[in-house]
Design a protein around this ligand. Structure first.
Ligand code: BES
Ligand code: ZN
Ligand code: ZN
Length: 480
């Protein structure tokens, strides 16, 4: 899709994308396309230099048919975040108007923005899968020529970030009758084989042998077998891996602590953490950071039947800890418990869990901020640095002993899975922490951020693929 060329105003393209600041001197080559009238077109508001505004103007001369101007104002708002959004806006214009031959004068924006453009283009032009019977009208092939001094590897990396996000979006969008635990495992194996990752699926019998009583309890009411999906990316020889564990509940009814009917709709997305892990691996295949990454996904649905687990049940997790089940809808922490214990058998140097874990994080932080818990401040700092670059906001919640004490409060077991309503985002994380132990750990509750209710510059409404880019960026900058 991408071609590369020098910036040449006499070249021939249907559309050239140009960033234009209010105080810019107009390049002669560009001005010639408009018979020397760019400044007067700005004065007549036919070209807007307002920050982030797009104007599409047919040329008067030359072999470039039209210029898509992006206003850059006084050029002091060109943050990474804004540029990414404006590139997303441009990508939507290209797609929406059916432009197929587009050149982008990247240097008219900022130096070194090629990867940002590719990332935004991939994300913004994404469409969710649908199952409509009417065939979709074919989208034309688009050729994008990046003009100027562009490093091809940067473009590939940016596109890989966007592709990883889109993998996560697609998986999250898929309904649970189509994407159940078996299909999710099949997808993971296929991804691993296409991209050259080692992989392993732990089947139900092996889970029984390993004593994964928590994951098995959640699966108990299901007719679909559970799968523990294990992927390994090797970028650092025999170094200890960083484990990334994603909640893969393909559908969450709540179990016997059943959700209200309006709360059930949308619970196909309860494997958003798993989707993040698979999207991350899609990205890693291209960006190839110098670390080892272990991906672990406990996959099951949470269903009701005569066999299902119940409130008051006491179950035993893989690490031997017993758990009093107070709420079968607090199932995410149960599947994560065994997945974390399993990940620890690889002696990881850090564990990052990603999960649509609690409605509590929505109440606490809303829909734009991922809630975090950590036992390691410098690990959190690395996450924050990456999240600033990707503009996926994160916020650290307190992991005080008072919360840990409540997770350990039970008359019959070591732990309980639902200490109560107040602060329950933290209880969810603290429960997982009981299985992590001393390993440096980040808990990312994406229940508020894994889907959005309206489109933005970088994609449609629905699944966001949140944390794919942040984790990819964090792993690229890994220094421990
Ligand atoms: N999957 C839900 C969390 C969720 C809520 C995800 C809304 C996406 C949107 C999770 O398994 C759950 O039901 N959590 C309970 C925990 C409670 C029972 C302690 C919740 O948040 O109410
Ligand atoms: Zn639940
Ligand atoms: Zn859930």
């Amino acid at each position: 899709m991408y071609q590369f060329a020098e910036l040449d105003w006499t070249g021939s393209h249907d559309t050239v994308v140009v960033g234009i600041g209010a105080a810019d001197a107009v390049e002669t080559g560009l001005d010639t396309l408009f018979n020397g009238r760019v400044k007067s077109l700005i004065q007549s508001a036919d070209i807007s230099t307002k920050t982030g505004e797009v104007s599409i103007v047919p040329t008067f001369e030359g072999n470039i048919k039209r210029v898509l101007f992006v206003g850059l104002g006084q050029r002091n708002d060109s943050s990474v975040e804004n540029l990414r959004n404006w590139f997303g806006k441009v990508a939507k214009e290209i797609k929406g108007r059916g432009f197929t031959d587009v050149a982008v004068a990247l240097d008219t924006f900022e130096p070194g923005v090629a990867s940002l453009f590719a990332e935004a283009y991939e994300m913004a032009t994404y469409e969710h899968p649908t199952y409509k019977s009417a065939p979709k009208s074919a989208t034309p092939d688009v050729t994008i020529t990046l003009l100027g001094d562009v490093n091809e590897a940067d473009v590939e990396a940016g596109a890989a970030y966007g592709r990883g996000v889109n993998v996560a979006r697609t998986l999250t969008m898929m309904p649970a009758n189509i994407l159940d635990a078996v299909a999710l495992a099949d997808y993971a194996v296929d991804l691993a084989e296409r991209r050259g990752f080692s992989h392993r699926i732990i089947e139900k019998e092996e889970m029984e042998a390993l004593g994964m009583g928590a994951l098995l309890a959640v699966n108990q009411g299901s007719t679909i077998p559970p799968k523990l999906i294990v992927l390994e990316y090797n970028g650092a020889g025999d170094d200890a891996p960083i484990a990334v564990v994603g909640k893969g509940v393909t559908f969450d009814t709540g179990g016997y602590s059943i959700k209200p009917k309006d709360g059930i709709v949308g619970m196909k997305g309860d494997m958003g953490g798993a989707a993040t892990v698979l999207g991350l691996f899609e990205t890693l295949a291209t960006t190839k950071p110098a670390v080892n990454v272990l991906g672990v996904i406990p996959a099951t649905d949470n269903m009701i039947s005569g066999d299902a687990f119940k409130p008051d049940d006491v179950i035993t997790a893989m690490n031997g800890k017993t758990i009093e089940v107070l709420n079968t809808d607090a199932e995410g922490r149960l599947v994560l418990a065994d997945a974390v214990t399993f990940a620890k058998t690889y002696e990881p140097k850090a564990i990052i869990d990603v999960a649509t874990l609690t409605g509590g994080v929505l109440v606490a932080l809303g829909t734009e901020v991922t809630g975090c818990l950590t036992n390691d401040d410098s690990l959190y700092e690395a996450l924050e640095t990456a999240s600033r670059a990707t503009n996926e906001l994160v916020w650290q919640m307190p992991y005080f002993d008072v919360f840990i004490k409540q997770v350990r409060k039970s008359e019959v077991a070591d732990l309980n899975n639902s200490p109560g309503r107040y602060g329950h985002m933290i209880f969810g994380g603290a429960f997982v922490g009981e299985f992590v132990g001393d390993t440096p750990w980040l808990h990312l509750d994406i229940a508020g951020t894994s889907e959005r209710s309206a489109a933005n510059y970088l994609g449609p409404k629905g699944p966001t693929g949140v944390m794919v880019r942040t984790l990819a960026s964090m792993l690229e900058g890994w220094k421990r």
